[in-house]
Design a protein around this ligand. Structure first.
Ligand code: PLP
Length: 395
């Protein structure tokens, strides 16, 4: 038998982390890495955060799991907190981002179908990433994720990101809404234009459509505000969140207005684990830190410092780097060469973890709790990596 016990769907590298210390990871063989990947924008409080650990330990010793057939003081408390912090009136908890997006799609369909309409089609945008379930790969235009899993789920139509006219032209009698990332993460830290998101909001109002935002990656402080939509002067009808909200504990949520959730009645949806007390305790500890204007202002300030350091640095290597873009600590360094081997070089030879993304981008998504010493360490490692890098194919 040649297949590995762990199903080989990830091209895993040689780094095998066994311990986390604040913004660093330590591997099985004792190597130490600066973690500016954060489990792909998950470990918002870094590793080994005392508040988060304490909350999980206390809750694990008190009550880990009960069925959603019973009342949930823990879920009610966290949902109320999210409602108070956002546009939403109601929350469904999930265990991952893809499930949060699935719930968002179902909520949008049920909005129409509970009122007697048969609208079901969701318009999505090129290079989007919404997860790996059948519905969420169907919602993405990326063919590499479809391969081997056909047929796709019907009911999705793709148009160009940031093209409002194309979005408008795609609306038809079956359209239920739009699903869009305000900042595309896997797509390469591509930021939605203000006129684009505001235009989608206006189209939704005009045609009675649902505006669904996928803030699985951009949310929970990553972009410098609690959710990125706050920077656009609009609110969605439905929003999917995950990753940072659990700080490393698996948790997602679908947030909706009362109007948007009109079809989500008793029996309409469910999850065995969604909203279990352990996940709720983790998220409460995360929100204790992040849902704070001073903390978010610090994320914006750190993001600006990091971006301006990167901008100054780019000019030293015009053959390697093209530009820097992003919001808060959600930053993309666009390269002129394929970024994967540079990401591997930083990791293997300079102890620096980042993640590649679409459009030749190196994604820089550190824990939100970094301080200036981590920015200095990052710039030192990045500079050393650029100085010693031989792009593949170069002599
Ligand atoms: N949506 C976006 C924007 C994401 O970035 C991701 C994961 O990277 C997902 C959805 C899927 O989340 P999960 O991997 O937790 O299912």
């Amino acid at each position: 038998m040649s297949i590995t016990p762990l199903m080989p769907v990830y091209p895993r590298c040689d780094v095998r982390p066994v311990r986390g210390e604040h913004c660093h990871l330590i591997s099985e063989d004792g190597r130490r890495f600066l973690d500016f990947a954060s489990g792909i924008a998950v470990n918002a409080l870094g590793h080994s955060h005392e508040g988060l650990i304490g909350a999980i330990q206390r809750q694990a010793a008190t009550l880990m799991h009960v069925s959603n057939l019973y009342g949930s003081p823990q879920g009610e408390h966290l949902a109320k907190r999210l409602v108070d912090l956002t546009f939403a009136d109601t929350v469904f908890f999930t265990n991952s981002g893809a499930e949060a997006v699935e719930c968002a799609i179902k909520t949008a369909r049920a909005y129409h179908q509970s009122a007697g309409s048969d609208r079901y089609e969701i318009i999505t945008f090129n290079n989007a990433f919404h997860g790996r379930t059948l519905a969420t790969i169907s919602a993405s235009s990326q063919e590499k994720m479809h391969k081997g899993f056909l047929p796709l789920l019907p009911g999705f139509r793709y148009v160009e990101f940031n093209d409002l006219e194309a979005a408008k032209a795609a609306i038809g009698p079956q359209t239920a809404g739009f699903l869009v990332e305000p900042i595309q993460g896997e797509g390469g830290i591509r930021i939605a234009d203000e006129t684009f998101l505001q235009g989608l909001r206006a189209l939704c109002d005009e045609h009675d459509l649902m505006l669904i935002l996928d803030e699985v990656q951009s949310g929970v402080g990553r972009s410098g505000t609690f959710y990125a939509y706050e920077q656009y002067g609009i609110t969605p009808d439905i929003l999917a969140t995950a990753k940072g909200i659990g700080g490393g504990f698996p948790l997602g949520a679908c947030l909706a207005t009362e109007k948007a959730a009109r079809g989500m009645v008793a029996g309409a949806h469910g999850s065995t684990y969604g909203g279990n007390p352990l996940a709720m305790a983790a998220a409460e500890a995360v929100l204790d830190v992040i849902a704070d204007e001073a903390f978010l202002a610090a994320v914006r300030a750190k993001g600006e410092r990091l971006r301006s350091r990167l901008e100054q640095f780019l000019g030293n290597y015009p053959e390697l780097f093209e530009l820097v873009r992003g919001r808060g600590l959600f930053i993309g360094l666009k390269m002129k060469v394929e970024p994967r081997s540079f990401v591997a070089h930083m990791r293997d030879n300079h102890g620096l973890l980042t993640v590649s993304a679409g459009e030749n981008v190196v994604r820089i998504v550190p824990p939100l709790v970094i301080d200036d010493s981590h920015i200095d360490e990052f710039m030192d490692k990045l500079s050393a990596a650029a100085a010693s890098y031989q792009p593949e194919g170069a002599a």
